[in-house]
Design a protein. Structure first.
Length: 227
């Protein structure tokens, strides 16, 4: 039996604020295998983003165990976590987070620059990723010259640049109209079909319907986990 790609045990996250503690996650247990396509759903404030940020090593748990791709994330330094993210995870966010005065090609090539990939290889890989999301003809455009759906496709291409094993997306269609959302979801579908593990956070039923497994959060706990 292969180890699950994501394994969480009694995972909790408490935000300590002046006015009292916020228990964002209250003991999450879950295994997600390589190749799965998972939608994390639930009401606003139920802990979806908190969970995604822990899985992507953008944040660290208050208690519990988290193992991703065989690596225990506890007790890692910020630099080690950054290196882990760069190697294993690709992120897509609701607001695209592209650099405004930078071409689509250079936005996509950026993670490779951080990794020290030589220029020619960066360009070739960025071109390849933009072609995967159907933007081979928009490489020299700046974000302001692209529609919202196209900008999100650039962000997906950027997330793919480092050949991640795991693609994490937090409300990736939250800023898009329903038709554009379907185009973006079609890209996630085809990426999953090619073998990439996808975990996406959404509160939209029709977006969640693309996934083959749906995990519903409520008040920091898993309410339902259905394939
Ligand atoms: P969701 O993504 O499902 O809307 P979140 O994971 O963002 O939920 O939030 C879960 C709970 O944690 C909410 O009560 C939210 O207000 C709280 N929370 C999230 N981020 C922070 C933070 N940085 N500081 C304090 N509380 C937070
Ligand atoms: Mg959220």
């Amino acid at each position: 039996m292969a180890l699950p790609l994501i394994q969480a045990r009694n995972l909790s996250r408490v935000y300590r604020l002046g006015g009292g503690d916020v228990h964002a996650l209250r003991g999450i247990d879950i295994d997600i295998d390589e190749g799965e396509y998972v939608a994390v759903m639930g009401a606003s404030g139920s802990g979806k983003s908190t969970f995604m940020n822990l899985v992507g090593a953008l944040d660290t748990p208050t208690s519990g165990e988290l193992t991703i791709a065989g690596e225990r994330l506890a007790d890692r330094s910020p630099d080690q976590l950054a290196a882990f993210r760069n190697r294993v995870v690709g992120f897509v966010f609701q607001q695209f987070n592209l650099l405004p005065r930078t071409t689509a090609l250079d936005n996509v090539a950026l993670p490779l620059l951080y990794r020290g990939t030589p220029a020619a290889r960066r360009q070739a890989r960025a071109r390849e990723c933009l072609e995967m999301v159907g933007l081979g003809d928009r490489m020299d455009h700046h974000p302001s010259q692209l529609s919202g759906g196209q900008q999100q496709r650039v962000a997906i291409a950027r997330a793919l640049a480092n050949e991640p094993r795991l693609l994490l997306a937090d409300e990736p269609t939250g800023a898009l109209d329903s038709r554009t959302s379907e185009d973006v979801m079609a890209i996630f579908d085809s990426l999953n079909a090619s073998g990439i593990t996808i975990m996406l956070v959404t509160h939209e039923e029709d977006v969640g319907a693309h996934a083959r497994r749906r995990v519903i959060f409520r008040d920091g706990r898993i309410l339902e986990d259905r394939s």
